[in-house]
Ligand binder design. Structure first.
Ligand code: NAP
Length: 337
């Protein structure tokens, strides 16, 4: 079958290492769904995995962890889906990625696609929605019942893939007052369009810009860029007993004592933690994605697909990686069959 990846014998890790491949058909076993992939999206994790050392097992490296498609076969233990169902998912970093004609995913990691969306719009959602949902409602424990209505969240890096979903989730589900950061007119307009109440520029002093809105501290902070750079600013801006969650690995040890006086909490969010460790609650990702689909179909959330490439092939994927690496994505970039 057709796939896009890095051949086993290639030691290069640059964009040109991504080529069209012909690989064996996968077979669904156990709780696996075999999915005909109709659309994929790209994420910073693709760049990290492309740049990682080859695993040396003699097989090509297939990237891609945002997919939408149709179930064509199921393993013997599958109970949640049947062939013909349309699904969307992020999957697992421990398995080949979804940049392929057919792909295997554990049913506990997949959701039923929103009925109101096509494959391209749905492929933009999984990683960003799971990361945003888990960060806001699991790590920071923001109420999904409106009990935190009116509290404030600062989303640092609001216009990117995750920020675009986090702004919407914080508004539609958390009922929060959302402050987002973006540095360009286009990315600032996108954050406002998605529902951010206030947009500030992360190239300028955040405290001073919030002070201009009479805001000294916030209840929650979601950090989607450069944790080292923002840590002390976040420690200054967080309320006593507030909660900060970062999705971005730090380069150096973080000065945690800066949070001690305020008894503020700091969490990491990793949306691949459940699949990497096969946690007993792995099926939560199935439930979160189904909930996202319901919110989309109810008109409370919208897909963040912004740019489409027609055709899931190496040429388009190389262009998508180049755009992602430039670091100024707005919403999501999708490749659809
Ligand atoms: N832990 C997890 O589970 C998980 C999951 C997904 C993503 N991530 C990580 O989360 C981060 C965001 O992911 P993403 O998919 O949203 O990335 P993305 O779509 O590539 O993010 C692009 C956005 O980042 C903003 N940005 C660039 N430099 C910034 C800075 N110094 N401060 C604040 N914002 C900045 C840009 O805004 P302007 O153009 O307006 O400057 C742009 O809109 C990445 O580091 C990614 O690896 C982690």
């Amino acid at each position: 079958m057709k796939a896009i990846g890095i051949p086993a014998e290639t030691s290069d890790r640059d964009i040109e290492s991504l080529v069209d491949l012909d690989i064996p058909f996968p077979v669904a076993e156990g709780r696996d769904l075999l999915v005909r992939v109709e659309a994929v999206s790209v994420n910073p994790v693709d760049i990290k995995m492309r740049s990682a050392r080859p695993h040396g097992d003699g097989r090509p490296r297939i990237l891609g962890w945002d997919a939408a498609g149709t179930v064509v076969d199921v393993g013997s233990q599958v109970t949640l889906f049947v062939p013909g169902d349309r699904v969307f998912y992020a999957g697992s970093l421990l398995r080949p990625g979804c940049n392929a004609e057919l792909h295997l995913v554990d049913e506990r990691l997949a959701g039923a696609m929103p009925a109101s969306l096509g494959f391209a719009e749905a492929a933009a959602l999984p990683v960003a929605s799971l990361a945003g949902w888990e960060a806001l409602f699991e790590r920071m424990r923001i109420s999904t019942n409106g009990d935190d209505a009116g509290k404030t969240v600062l989303v640092i890096g609001g216009a990117g893939g995750v920020g675009s979903m986090a702004i919407q989730l914080a508004k539609a589900v958390g009922k929060l007052h959302v402050i987002a950061t973006a540095s360009r007119a286009e990315s600032q307009a996108w954050c406002s369009h998605l529902g951010a109440d206030i947009v500030v520029d992360h190239r300028e002093d955040l405290s001073a810009q919030l002070a201009a809105h009479n805001i000294r501290t916030v209840d929650f902070i979601l950090c989607l860029a450069d944790t080292d750079r923002y840590f002390s600013t976040m420690a200054k801006l967080i309320k006593p007993h507030g909660h900060i969650c970062s999705l971005v690995e730090s380069e150096s040890p973080l000065p945690m004592n800066e949070l001690r006086g305020k008894s503020a909490s700091f969490s990491w969010e990793g949306m691949f933690t459940r699949s990497l460790h096969a946690t007993p609650d792995m099926i939560e990702q199935h439930r979160i994605l189904n909930r996202i689909a319901s919110l989309i179909d109810a008109g409370k959330l919208r897909s963040t697909a912004k740019n489409h490439f027609k055709g899931l092939n190496a040429n388009n994927l190389r262009q998508a990686h180049a755009l992602l690496e430039a670091g100024n994505m707005i919403g999501k970039l999708v490749l659809a069959a």
